[in-house]
Design a protein around this ligand. Sequence first.
Ligand code: GTP
Length: 597
Amino acid sequence: TPLSHIRNFSIVAHIDHGKSTLADRLIQSTHTVADRDMKEQMLDSMDIERERGITIKAQTVRINYTAKDGEEYVLNLIDTPGHVDFAYEVSRSMRAVEGSLLVVDSTQGVEAQTLANVYHAIEADHEIVPVLNKIDLPAADCDRVAEQIEDVIGIDATEAIQVSAKTGIGIEDTLEAIVTKLPAPTGDRDAPLKAMLVDSWYDSYLGVIVLVRIMDGVLKKGERVRMLSNNSTHHVDRIGVFRPQMTEIDELGPGELGFLTASIKQVRDTRVGDTITHEKKGTTDALPGFKPAQPVVFCGLFPVDAAEFEDLRDSIEKLALNDASFSFEMETSAALGFGFRCGFLGLLHLEVIRDRIEREYNIDLITTAPSVIYDIHMKDGTVTQLHNPADMPDMTLVDHLQEPRIKATILVPDEYLGDVLKLCQDRRGIQEDLTYAGSRAMVVYDLPLNEVVFDFYDRLKSVTKGYASFDYQMIGYRQDALVKMSILVNDEPVDALSTMVHRDRAEARGRAMVEKLKDLIPRHMFKIPIQAAIGGKVIARETLSAMRKDVTAKCYGGDATRKKKLLEKQKAGKKKMRQFGKVDIPQEAFISALKMD
Ligand code: GTP
């Protein structure tokens, strides 16, 4: 296809504003897929993605469209992940296309996630076409939302397209706008091959599939290619495009999006943002902005049943094959035994992996408190990274600690602003900006990541009845007065409950934790002290009193089946517990104890 007849674009939207529905419509109305094969939400293919209604991997589809000018165009839609955890992937996908449709729900307006993604689009120099969706609904207010797009984002919305992805209104206009308003890609067919590795995933039949955007040159089946980040070379055995099912073709030229397979065994061997060229006579000029994935949130994953450790190892290794941004290493905990310390791009990423282990591999897990990476500046001048509060060295050897900070952008209706400010303040936030867009406030806070990873998002949703939207980016490390707080149950430290806290908040946090644990740990035959301590100093204490009677005592001589039932119930309850010294601690305690309300 000549460059002038190609348009590459992505769709930027907040969750639920209708990105997938619109994509489905574009595919359907151009007969890219026969109607009988049309499944809802063609693009969200992974089960968990579909269930959670989120997109994790970039997906593409190639659409043939005959425009009003009578010419046939190739439209390549790339569907990007919409969640902050995957910001780097989003920024790469955006670099692979020239324009974006900005979809905003005309009954809702601009949300924080729309903003974050539209900034990626602006950074990638996209032409942006605003699309006001859901105009079939009575609550639609296109004028207000268009004005908001201009105020908040600063792009012209006078020609915003009014669409109902549900009923089909405005779909033809959208296709025309893609052709007439978005620029064609540029590229030199005769230059050495330069292709961007946009994404990759594992397919059980074909091995690793690599999504590429050709910048310059031509890639043909059977050629040998080189990845510039690690100089590895590969024989390309397939080339193709997504319609949206994989369709093999012989070559991909400049401006085109497609896939290649090259007997690559692991997704780990492919890096998003890498440059692919020919093995011989290739370019040495790598595409800018490449960076390897960096996990920012760490937690321990332990099997509830210690006998399942090998199964857990197996499942983690399999998942890691397909996810280069997920890291793990073996960890032993005095309290929890053998498990893994795992690194994730963010909390959502953590939850997705944990869900998959539990559901696909059927292993009950204990997840320890998520923690960020701290820089420990030792008195002898060395700096080490702390991934696990349990590994905190003796404080007398430590000069100071630094913690990662984020810039959080929150959009919230006026009436909840006070609650949001209070929440951010409680989490050691520093207010940077507060502006209004209509009846909504946009607040920007500098916050410690450690105060956010745990339950910030849940709290934000609950204090604003779900009306706030939130997004963040990392901004760097800063020194603060942080200490390690240990929890002792029955005088034994439970390392999996250790956390890093700010010194000024340690006491309140410690008290809250021991109170929670007192409720979460069942009574035993003996008295159990539960303490929070910093160094050797106890800062909070509760005592769980002893059980008065054997639960089955009153059944003696009586109803034997009732007694049996009770014992069975106890046994089932035990399965979800772990023993620490002489004390059973239920699995949910590890997470619940840390939630602050
Ligand atoms: P994520 O995949 O979670 O990012 O969401 P999305 O932006 O892809 O939204 P999706 O297409 O799943 O749509 C969200 C909800 O809005 C679904 O229940 C759709 O049926 C509905 N919806 C989408 N477009 C329209 C529309 O034009 N009108 C109406 N009434 N509902 C719509």
